[in-house]
Ligand binder design. Structure first.
Ligand code: ATP
Ligand code: MG
Length: 553
């Protein structure tokens, strides 16, 4: 499995281990089960699990289901499947953030008792009002800050008991209304919400905020290093405040420690579960595993291997500031892998009939072709040759442009691994399209080599018309047309940038007959065409995973 390179997180941890001999590194991956994992999560997985492994520690899998909205066991199951597919293992350390609700409540009560939290009555509207929330030069204001402890204790208990409507009260940490960091201006740590929780049912109608729940979850699980993406940097003082002020003894001073790293951003790719869920619910794609989706299940269905994705994450590295990675880097990782491993096969995407007039009807001959020129051990297979063949429309030009050495009137071309043929006559349909191309073959050539040694510049691939299978091909392009997703204009929506050519359906393509039995999860290189694999949803259909060459270069 691809390893991350040395990075600043590891440097920090090495210092921590020096200062705390015997500390066992313990990390966690905390997905919110409100959607499927995408390739951005894969980066977090590599950082969380990879760091634990690097230091001989362990990593927990924790469903961060503190927020009751839109969570589902479907997502929990899918998340576990995707993580296993990547090869990461949490052993028996699987947790739910919601399993700590009782403890969260108890610790919140403890804060109130210490005078470090109070029940506030500001409405949502007032919270946004500069009079109360302040600004850069003015502190925030809460008229309820000095509410007696006993009163807050009573109100908080009654909040829990469901005596008040949503929005009536909140519990706020008493920190610093004048802080330059707005997260520290007496943040709300509990709110009332009458929503059924996917695991807790209706047991709770108050829910802890992420900033309160997360450090507690980490501390309870003896996490030493809480690795998260950069947007949490500004929350770190609050993380530390909660950690240091709730009554949770047993952790070394200063731990768990939060360290932030830059998110993975990829060109033409929107990494947001909310947006991706919108595509699924709006029917823009055919599910979370649509092969155009940047989800792990989408990439898997498309034909990406786990190892190529991990290789990509390793190559992009772990950084302290945001950057944008070219999606072609991901494609290059897959090409590198499949070039070495994928068996070669022949497919003709846009078939045109070729008839070799000089070849006897009813005769079948077999040519031996290599399964992978990069790998002699991959062996060879036999491909049938007959009088009627298919070649690709793009390999023929009635009026050839300069330097076109493929099939053209009166020109010779090599049929890959077989005979050299010459096009003599074009028969057309009523609409002017090519019906069939008549050729003569130089039957002295074997495996494409002319007996007299004359030079043949063009080589094209072909299939016997009697020995092939008819399939559908799905060709994929970038899902959006927005190169830098974070540069989306404010007045536009990501759905305004869906690429209308993100999926092109090609019916009646031809492939070698044995491919009719190709197994799901087997990747092939269709010569001169691209890497393909069988689709899991549509019968008799192949997905183009990636083209053979980077078309932009
Ligand atoms: P989204 O916006 O897609 O919902 P999220 O951050 O809300 O992403 P979570 O389920 O909360 O999703 O994420 C679990 C972990 O994955 C978090 O630690 C988060 O920082 C990390 N993560 C999410 N997206 C990325 C990304 N693009 N690059 C690196 N880490 C990411
Ligand atoms: Mg989140």
């Amino acid at each position: 499995m691809a390893e991350l390179d040395r990075n600043f997180i590891w440097d920090f941890i090495e210092d921590d281990l020096q200062n705390n001999p015997g500390m066992k590194v313990h990390t966690r991956f905390p997905p919110e089960p409100n959607g499927y994992l995408h390739i951005g999560h894969c980066k977090a997985l590599c950082v969380d699990f990879g760091t634990a492994r690097k230091f001989g520690g362990v990593c927990n899998l924790r469903m961060d289901d503190t927020n009751p909205a839109k969570e589902d066991t479907e997502y929990v199951d899918a998340i576990m499947e995707d993580i296993r597919w990547l090869g990461f293992d949490w052993d028996d350390r699987f947790f739910y953030g919601s399993d700590y609700f009782e403890k969260d409540y108890e610790l919140a009560v403890g804060l109130i008792k210490k005078g470090l939290a109070y029940v506030c009555e500001l409405t949502a509207e007032q919270f946004r009002d500069p009079k109360y929330c302040g600004d850069l030069t003015h502190p925030a204001v809460s008229p309820w800050r000095d509410r007696p402890i006993a009163e807050s204790l009573d109100l908080f208990e009654r909040m829990k008991n469901g005596e008040f409507p949503e929005g009536k009260y909140t519990l706020r940490a008493k920190i610093d209304l004048a802080s330059g960091n707005f997260c520290m201006r007496d943040p709300v740590i509990y709110r009332i919400k009458y929503v059924e929780h996917h695991r807790q049912g209706t047991k709770w109608c108050i829910f802890p905020m992420y900033d309160f729940a997360h450090p507690i979850q980490d501390a309870l699980e003896n996490i030493t290093h809480s690795l998260c993406s950069l947007e949490y940097e500004i929350h770190r003082p609050l993380y530390n405040w909660v950690r240091d002020n709730v009554d949770l003894p047993g952790n070394p001073v200063g731990f768990p420690r939060q360290i932030e790293f830059a998110r993975l951003n990829i060109t033409y790719t929107v990494l947001s579960k909310r947006f991706l869920r919108g595509l699924v619910e709006g029917g823009v794609v055919d599910g979370w595993d649509d092969p155009r989706m940047p989800t792990l299940c989408g990439l898997r269905r498309r034909g990406y291997t786990a190892s190529s994705i991990l290789d990509f994450i390793g190559r992009t590295g772990v950084a302290k500031s945001d950057s944008l990675v070219d999606i072609r880097q991901l494609e290059a990782c897959l090409r590198d892998e499949l070039n070495a491993t994928a068996p070669r096969r022949i497919a003709v995407l846009k078939p045109v009939k070729v008839i070799v007039d000089t070849y006897p009807a009813g005769k079948t001959e077999y040519f031996e072709v290599s399964n992978n020129p990069q790998d002699p051990e991959a062996g060879t297979r036999k491909v049938a040759f007959t009088r009627e063949l298919w070649i690709d429309e793009d390999d023929f030009a009635e009026v050839p442009p300069p330097k076109f050495f493929r099939m053209r009137p009166d020109g010779e071309v090599r049929l890959m691994g077989a005979y050299i043929v010459k096009c003599n006559e074009i028969v057309k349909n009523a609409d002017g399209s090519v019906k069939e191309i008549h050729c003569t073959a130089d039957l002295e050539t074997g495996n494409g080599m002319p007996a007299d040694g004359r030079k043949i510049k063009g080589t094209i691939h072909w299939l016997s018309a009697e020995n092939c299978a008819d399939v559908t091909m799905h060709l994929y392009n970038n899902l959006t047309t927005l190169e830098n997703p974070s540069a989306k204009p404010d007045d536009k929506d990501y759905t305004d940038f869906i690429n209308p050519e993100s999926k092109i359906v090609v019916e009646h393509a031809k492939v070698e007959p044995a491919l009719a039995d190709a197994k799901v999860g087997e990747q092939f290189q269709f010569v001169r065409t691209g890497y393909f694999c069988r689709d899991t949803k549509y019968p008799n259909t192949f997905n183009r995973i990636v083209t053979l060459k980077d078309s932009f270069k």
